[in-house]
Design a protein around this ligand. Structure first.
Ligand SMILES: [Zn+2]
Length: 259
């Protein structure tokens, strides 16, 4: 991991008129630093590391942004710690552990939410814009397999470096699980699985079964939702579409986030 922050310049040169007092760089606690999920993986202030899509040539990790403010408070209702920490321990760790790819995700507590990071090894180098467009679709598909922030960026995503400070609440960014690298082929296989069996794949991640009792959509007594490849079937509420699996997990639009 490289950094744009150079605390010890290797070649100290005095330029005429240079103000020495301005030079010694103060450790600002890496307040609101970001880390590129693309290109060189640089860390630094957001204005230094954010990059427009057309300048992105490499993908280092796929980031899924899971923010308690978009989710049903039932998923992190009780227990110790922040909303994000409870959300991880009660819910997100279970989702990830139900899929071989999810098991390999790194998870960071960003101070207010969770970043699940799928580290690619080797990193993907885009040969041309068609390659980049294809991976943009792949990244979006992975993000959509979990109840993630619907407005989150795809290829241009920035995470927060471990140990940096989130100024919204002065919390330090912490790693909740280390994760391990995955190959680009594993990601493509997962996206292919999502294409062929979208409902069954997502139901498996969110509920850990292909028969879910009671049905999470109608919640009727004695109901069961059977996960087929593309839709679900429930005797009580009928055909269930993929989007309906996410509905009960999302927060009503008016829900206030944690400060
Ligand atoms: Zn039902």
């Amino acid at each position: 991991m490289r950094s744009v922050h150079k605390s010890q310049p290797s070649h100290k040169r005095k330029e005429p008129g240079e103000d020495p007092a301005a030079k010694p760089e103060i450790d600002d606690g890496q307040i609101d630093w970001r880390e590129q999920t693309f290109n060189g993986g640089l860390t630094g202030p957001v204005e230094k590391v954010s990059t427009p899509l057309e300048l992105i040539t490499q993908l280092r990790m796929v980031m899924v942004d899971i923010d308690p403010k978009y989710l049903n408070p039932m998923l992190f209702a009780s227990g110790k710690g922040s909303h994000a920490s409870r959300l991880y321990h009660k819910t997100v760790s279970l989702w990830l552990d139900r899929h071989p790819l999810g098991k390999k995700a790194e998870v960071r507590h960003t101070g207010s939410g969770l970043h699940a990071l799928f580290h690619l090894e080797p990193i993907v180098v885009f040969g041309n814009t068609a390659d980049r467009d294809r991976w943009a679709v792949v990244v979006r598909a992975v993000q959509n397999a979990l109840p993630s922030d619907p407005n989150a960026p795809g290829l241009t995503a920035l995470t927060r470096p471990i140990g940096s400070t989130n100024s919204k609440n002065d919390r330090k960014v912490k790693q909740l699980r280390a994760g391990e690298p995955i190959t680009p082929e594993e990601v493509l296989r997962f996206v292919d699985e999502l294409r062929r069996r979208p409902f069954a794949t997502v139901a498996g991640i969110l509920h850990g079964a292909d028969r879910i009792t009671p049905c999470p959509v109608c919640k009727a007594d004695g109901s069961t939702l059977a996960a087929r490849d593309r839709v679900g079937r429930c005797y009580d509420c009928g055909t269930v579409e993929l989007v309906q699996l996410f509905g009960p997990l999302m927060s009503p639009p008016s829900t206030e986030g944690e400060e």
